[in-house]
Design a protein around this ligand. Sequence first.
Ligand SMILES: C[S@@+](CC[C@H](N)C(=O)[O-])C[C@H]1O[C@@H](n2cnc3c(N)ncnc32)[C@H](O)[C@@H]1O
Length: 459
Amino acid sequence: MQPARRVAFDVIHAVSTSDAYANLLLPHRLAEAKLSPADAGLATELTYGTLRRRGYYDRVIAHAAKRPVTEIDDAILDVLRLGAHQLLSMRVAGHAAVNESVELARSAGSRSAAGFTNGVLRTISRTEPAEWERILLGEVTNDTDRLAVSTAHPSWVVRAIRQALDLQDRGDELEDALAADNLAPQVNLIALPGLADRPEDAEPNRFSPYGFRNPGGDPVQLVGTGGGRLRVQDEGSQLAALALTRAVPVRPGERWLDLCAGPGGKAALLAAEALAGEARLDANELVPARARLVERALAGVPLEVSVSTADGTKLAAEHPATYDRILLDAPCTGLGALRRRPEARWRKTPKDVSELTRLQGSLLDAAITALAPGGIVAYVTCSPHVGETALIVESALRAHPGMERLDTSAVLDQVTTEPLDAAAPGGAVQLWPHRQGTDAMYIALLRKPAESAEPAVDR
Ligand SMILES: C[S@@+](CC[C@H](N)C(=O)[O-])C[C@H]1O[C@@H](n2cnc3c(N)ncnc32)[C@H](O)[C@@H]1O
């Protein structure tokens, strides 16, 4: 059996059965298997492609197997998904895809499982991919479900993205936004301001003055030679940190807090900016292992940063009216980074949204309490879900009536090399993969009144 298919199957199966994350597990498995670069590329395409379009393949498999996928053994279902991806999206020769899948089924299951796999995949291969799509689309009755099928998203995610785009009057971009989730992002880097320069052959980012791509070279090698000052970072994340540090001029001695800092990408940029402006930075991260990643991320910046491991909802109340700037990069569903986390769309549920929104609301409340008079908080998510973005901010403003919204879009217009054209209601910014090529980050800047005696209103 081709080693690339074996690796892909192992990762896909670990994702379905033990909650593994493909973007973390796959690099380990590729290294263990010592695959050639070509085979590693193939294993990546097989893994990511199968996981992204899993819901679509499940519909096809249910047709071909004439039974719901819930009645198929877990391991055999994963073999079928991997086979369906090769037949429907990669145009691998039918006999190769079927034969290798039968081998996998034999090693993962039994003789009867191999026969079943053979039958189902042969049925799938006898119908053209475009015809399969026509069959599945013939079963749906509304536009949301049509897009859910054609772009391989759960319907609730399609509705969430539609709502977020509608808020920006961009509802007609829904199909483009969903299609962008299915394209692999290019690796993007940052040269920390004041500490490193972009390499000469780098391709500068469109918007971030410190961001670049390294089309010719190996980004991992480049990062290894950069002493912690050249880092992999999405352009949207760079802009989120810069929105906070550039919102108003920095006064020496300001106190800054990164409330949810792990794994530390934005903390490193904040630290470089704090160093340049003679500000002090504290970082906090609930999960100790992730706090250690923050310490590692900060290693390239010659600034002393204390890294704590408190629950951010409590830490902020212990330091009332203390910080001049707070970054709240909140834990979220990650619906704005689906192109990086291929399994995420099928794993997340609307229940996750309601649990996270409670936490996001408490963290923003706490951050506002911890702001010094005149201080600024940047509320950031890598999700465009309105429940995690605009509604959290509105609720915080109702609870803290003195807080003022800043025009985040105008702040970033002073930072970016090209206009972002990303204004969202209430002065916020909503970025999109299909528009800016970044993750779909939401960024809202809020300022506390200069002389605030304002008590928080109970919610
Ligand atoms: C979106 S990530 C932050 C990403 C980070 N700013 C970066 O750029 O690398 C959110 C982080 O919040 C942490 N977190 C979750 N609940 C928290 C809490 N109650 N207090 C502090 N941190 C929390 C998560 O462990 C996660 O590392």
